[in-house]
Write a protein that binds this ligand. Structure first.
Ligand code: S5P
Length: 260
């Protein structure tokens, strides 16, 4: 049995990374492989979405540096809601610099990301140093990283060789890297998690290069375990109803895949 058709709890058992185990177990318990991307500049809106959508998601993805009215209270509330509604916090910082710089970006500044974000993203373009740097700041059981191996946007520079090398780098940091953001069903161990953004039921693209597929295409053809949805939910008239619709379509597709 491979990652593709193994049920979540079997994969949790196969996972060597404690945070990957925790996320796979959470996905099974909540019947959700939906990560919502709340890309808003208002902390009130961010907290309100986290409160409303919390019951339907396994992860809340933030871009904390776009918040205009950021304060420590924003983080305090996110932490409380993460516990109340049983989801993990995923800061999509896309670290991409030399190790020494990302170490400071991870634990310093006003955002102090490693204090609160269970997961962060990193581009491996600078080489393994980016992960060495992040590990220096935050290697503990409830902190992990998702490597951006392949982007959803048109014209991206992620060649097959880049994707393959990204996975090699990620695999050599198995204690910290829990999975990959990608657009294809790359070959990874059963305990490793694939995340796929660029999913919408309404649009096939936006005006700035984003490209969308349906939840079923993401899970079946692109091998997604976790589906990342932003504006398809947050930009709709009824985000709660929409979140439940996405949750169900994403989770049903995943369960069907186990049975295949
Ligand atoms: O390849 C990628 C990687 C990421 S993390 N493509 C993406 O779109 N993302 C992020 O997913 C992006 O930064 C945004 O937060 C989210 C997609 O948002 P949507 O509104 O287009 O669904």
């Amino acid at each position: 049995q491979s990652r593709i058709n193994m049920p979540l709890m079997e994969r949790a058992k196969a996972a060597t990374n404690p945070l990957a185990q925790r996320l796979l177990t959470l996905m099974d318990r909540k019947k959700s492989n939906l990560c919502v991307a709340v890309d808003t500049q208002s902390s009130v809106e961010l907290i309100s979405m986290a409160e409303k959508l919390g019951p339907y998601i396994c992860l809340l993805k933030t871009h904390i540096d776009i918040i205009d009215d950021f304060s420590k209270e924003t983080i305090q509330k996110l932490k409380e809601l993460s516990e109340k509604h049983d989801f993990l916090l995923f800061e999509d910082r896309k670290f991409a610099d030399i190790g020494n710089t990302v170490k400071m970006q991870y634990k310093g500044g006003v955002h102090n990301i490693c204090d609160w974000a269970h997961l962060v993203t990193a581009h491996p373009v600078a080489g393994p140093g980016v992960l060495q740097g992040l590990c220096k700041a935050g290697l503990r059981d409830d902190r992990g990283c998702v490597i951006i191996a392949e982007m959803s946007s048109s014209g991206n520079l992620n060649t097959p060789a880049y994707i393959e090398d990204s996975i090699k780098i990620g695999n050599s940091f198995g204690g910290f890297v829990i999975g990959y953001v990608c657009q294809s069903s790359i070959d990874v161990d059963a305990g490793v998690i694939l995340f796929t953004p660029g999913v919408s039921l309404d649009a096939s693209s936006d005006s700035l290069g984003q490209q969308y597929v349906t939840p079923e295409t993401a899970v079946n053809e692109k091998g997604a375990d976790v589906v990342i949805v932003g504006r398809g939910i947050t930009g709709s008239e009824n985000p709660v109803e929409r979140a439940e619709q996405y949750r169900k379509r994403c989770y049903d597709a995943l369960c069907k895949r186990f049975e295949s």
